[in-house]
Design a protein around this ligand. Structure first.
Ligand code: TRP
Ligand code: SF4
Length: 333
């Protein structure tokens, strides 16, 4: 039997290159090796944005389009929407009962989220009961399909640790070995930073979207931070101190290209503006096909909705099997 992966993403709208390189690219490869379940975590979006749901439906579709365009294949992977699987909510109840409060309070990723929430202007500084339950709900997502592995970015590993703890505790309490202790699957790609050198993120306005046009991409790349000590083309450059542009070269360039950029930069034979123009062209080339596919799905939204509905039906069948077992183990009526 093939091992099974489950992973999800919150519907934050159109995805950026950080999502692509950090997560989606990995999924695209893994779907050939594992039985794969990928879902849009719309309930998780509510943990912080319960009061801003006007774009939620569109955001779900946008995420799905980015996945499909990037090569997640609905014929081999099951793609679904979390909130279309009510079984997850029921499992969340059982898991919530066995999870000690201090396990969620200790979750470092949750602490970070809470901190960001508190510093955001206009946000009510209260942390909701739902947000505290974030890692439990995530455990329900993973255990609902009884996954063996969870491909995620490094920032999610703490959540997966809690999931493993909850699975073990459930198995102990109900004297079973039903739940797998799912292992995180990290990819080896280096994290891409934003154009300003900070973490790439939608809310920091330092991102390049998968869906950006070539013109927008080229324009954004020109704002990427370079070697700050360099003023003229003939100044000797330091690629290692070129905070963003050279890092992007290292991610997207071929070995020879990177070597050439490095040499020319160090010798003062390459201007930063030119360098970034070339970099923009390289990135546009890399995403050309994906963006074409994206434009196809943008004009065939009904096809996207069908894929999500069909996938959700399939995921639900799996979920019901697991839930039957859980109800029996917990001795529910
Ligand atoms: N918390 C994840 C993120 O923000 C999304 C997510 C929700 C998830 N449930 C999951 C990821 C289950 C993996 C498995 O990216
Ligand atoms: Fe960076 Fe290129 Fe400028 Fe060198 S020439 S500092 S690598 S942008």
């Amino acid at each position: 039997m093939k091992e099974r992966i489950v992973s999800g993403m919150r519907p934050t709208g159109k995805l950026h290159l950080g999502h692509y390189l950090g997560v989606i690219q990995n999924w695209v490869e893994l779907q050939h090796k594992y039985e794969s379940f990928f879902f849009v975590a719309d309930w998780h979006a509510l943990t912080t944005k319960y009061d801003k749901t006007e774009n939620l439906k569109n955001d779900v579709i946008d995420v799905a389009i980015d996945w499909l365009a990037s090569g997640i294949d609905p014929d081999i992977s099951t793609i679904y929407v979390q909130s279309l699987i009510p079984e997850i909510a029921e499992l969340n109840v059982y898991l919530g009962m066995v999870t000690p409060q201090n396990w969620v309070e200790r979750d470092p990723t949750l602490k970070d989220m809470a901190k960001i929430l508190r510093t955001k202007e206009g946000q009510n500084s209260q942390i909701s009961y739902g947000l505290m339950g974030y890692p439990v709900l995530m455990s329900a997502d993973i255990m609902m399909m009884n996954a063996t592995h969870v491909p995620v970015g490094i920032d999610q590993v703490a959540h997966i640790e809690i999931t493993r703890d909850i699975a073990r505790r459930f198995n102990n309490i109900y004297k079973t070995d039903f739940f797998n202790e799912a292992k995180p699957l990290l990819n080896n790609c280096s994290l891409i930073c934003g154009l300003d050198g900070n973490k790439m993120g939608k809310s920091f306005q330092n991102d390049i979207k998968i869906s950006d046009t070539e013109e927008v991409t080229a324009k954004k790349i020109m704002t990427a931070i370079t070697d700050r000590s360099r003023l003229r083309k003939t100044d000797l450059g330091h690629p290692d101190e070129c905070e963003v542009a050279f890092k992007y070269w290292q991610i997207f360039g071929k070995e020879e290209q990177i070597e050439k950029v490095k040499c020319e930069c160090e010798k003062g034979e390459r201007g930063c503006a030119d360098c970034k123009r070339q970099l923009g062209a390289l990135i546009n080339e890399k995403f050309k096909e994906i963006r074409e596919k994206r434009r196809y799905y943008e004009t065939h939204i009904d096809e996207v909705k069908d894929i999500l509905n069909e996938g959700s039906k399939k995921a639900r069948i799996e979920a019901q099997k697991v839930l039957n077992n859980i109800r029996r183990l917990v001795n529910m009526y």
